[in-house]
Design a protein around this ligand. Structure first.
Ligand code: AMP
Ligand code: GLY
Length: 420
């Protein structure tokens, strides 16, 4: 089969790379993709939101399956359009994507499904936020309702800080329509895990657990980012894993089924494991970035077949390798606020070893043929090993090969696993 992957980041590079090893796949195409993906796929600079252009492209390249990476396309209903062209799609319908498009909707869904999550109140003005804060204790968790490219969540240690965040959201409208509504929710103490399940909206298969590192700086300090590094698989107590399946994953899929929503894709369940048990922080309707970079290499099988089965609504048992994979993110100067683009990347951008390789997350080749930064998260260093220590070590070894002015990375990826 011929496959089109939609997107251009490290997650999509990981997907095209996995497909390039799939026996079931003839041609791997990517749109809009990036220069760095050209070694693993055919990259096409087409506007996938132009439906005529996309339909012609799918016909011309005889595409059998489309995999949609980023959430914005799913929220806009791209999966429904592609399905109406008669092409299989991995990714939920527009209605299914509401689980990520609206945090208030997701919370109501969790309540209806009986899935444990923190207490919350929906707010739509500064005054409502301040009034509602009386029900909560500091730190206050404030979340813009809609998509905000990972920037819509603020954890405020004082009421004054909360007021300023609410003003930015409701009065300065920094999140546009995504900030017309917001959530104020109870702060949860614990450790975070990313649990991704592949589902047809009725049954599911879980992927191995992964742990992301969301803060910009070592030790969980600094602003929240899209993710600075991941280690997988994370082994947890069998009873806790059973509890997560019974109280969270199964009720989530059962409730999708009950709602009659078309959902052929992945549900990313962001968990907080607290002393009172696991709770759901958020749902995403797409693969995690950079979780995907560590999870795909763990499949003992053919990703082309798995994606195609799920797109057709078929969930089959999956087997996973007993191996560890880590991803270290190299980010641009001033990420996550306003990443500096166009900075020349020095060193060997194609560096690899038997146990490590590089994925392109936000790079491009300029007119002089130099690689430059072109996004917030620029490079993913992937390391493999028989232990977490080995896999992280192999990923970090690649740091010696690459640098640029203002490059940022965390040096403690994987350091907290022993505490789980
Ligand atoms: P979200 O976009 O909802 O995943 O939130 C981004 C990050 O903020 C999460 O990965 C957590 O690190 C943190 N966070 C979100 N909600 C809470 C909460 N209720 N309690 C503690 N931390 C939270
Ligand atoms: N790494 C977290 C996310 O993809 O949202």
């Amino acid at each position: 089969m011929n496959v089109l992957v939609i997107g251009k980041g490290g997650r999509e590079h990981a997907i095209v790379r996995a497909l390039s090893f799939s026996q079931s796949v003839n041609e791997v195409h990517c749109a809009p993709g990036s220069d760095g993906m050209k070694k693993d796929s055919f990259v096409h600079d087409i506007n996938v939101s132009n439906l005529d252009e996309l339909q012609n492209f799918l016909k011309q390249k005889r595409i059998n399956l489309v995999i949609i990476g980023p959430e914005n396309f799913l929220v806009d209903g791209l999966a429904d359009h592609i399905r109406s062209f008669g092409v299989d799609v991995f990714g939920p319908s527009k209605v299914g994507a509401r689980l990520e498009a609206s945090k208030v909707f997701a919370k109501q869904f969790m309540q209806e499904a009986g899935v444990p999550t923190s207490q919350f109140t929906a707010v739509s003005s500064v005054q409502q936020t301040i009034d509602a804060a009386a029900k909560f204790k500091a730190p206050f968790v404030f979340k813009a309702d809609g998509l905000a490219a990972g920037k819509g969540v603020a954890i405020c240690s004082t009421l004054k800080e909360l007021k300023s965040v609410a003003e930015k959201c409701f009065e300065d409208k920094v999140f546009g329509d995504s900030g017309k509504l917001a959530l104020l929710e109870e702060f949860q103490n614990g450790y975070e895990l990313s649990f991704l399940i592949l589902t047809n909206g009725k049954e599911y298969q879980a992927m191995p657990l992964a742990q992301d590192h969301k803060s910009l700086y070592d030790g969980g300090k600094g602003p929240n980012t899209g993710g600075m590094g991941v280690v997988a698989p994370i082994k947890i107590d069998v009873n806790l894993e059973k509890e997560i399946h019974e109280k969270i994953l199964k009720p989530t899929v059962d409730h999708i089924n009950k709602s009659g929503v078309e959902y052929h894709g992945v549900v990313f369940v962001g968990l907080m494991v607290t002393k009172d048990g696991p709770t759901v922080i958020e749902y995403n309707v797409r693969f995690g970035d950079p979780e995907t970079q560590t999870l795909l290499p763990l499949l003992d099988g053919d990703w082309g077949e798995v994606f195609s089965d799920i797109a057709k609504g078929v969930v089959k048992p999956l087997s996973w390798k007993s191996q560890c994979v880590s991803c270290i993110v190299l980010a641009a100067e001033n990420y996550p606020a306003q990443p500096v683009k166009g900075v020349k990347i020095n060193g060997n951008i194609q560096a690899s070893s038997a146990f490590s390789y590089i994925l392109h997350a936000g790079t491009k080749k300029n007119e002089d043929g130099d690689w430059v930064t072109n996004g917030g998260r620029v490079i993913n260093l992937i390391g493999m090993g028989s232990t977490h220590g080995e896999s992280v070590g192999n990923a970090y070894k690649l740091c010696e090969e690459i640098n640029w002015d203002g490059m940022q990375l965390r040096r403690d990826i994987g350091a907290g696993i022993s505490k789980i």
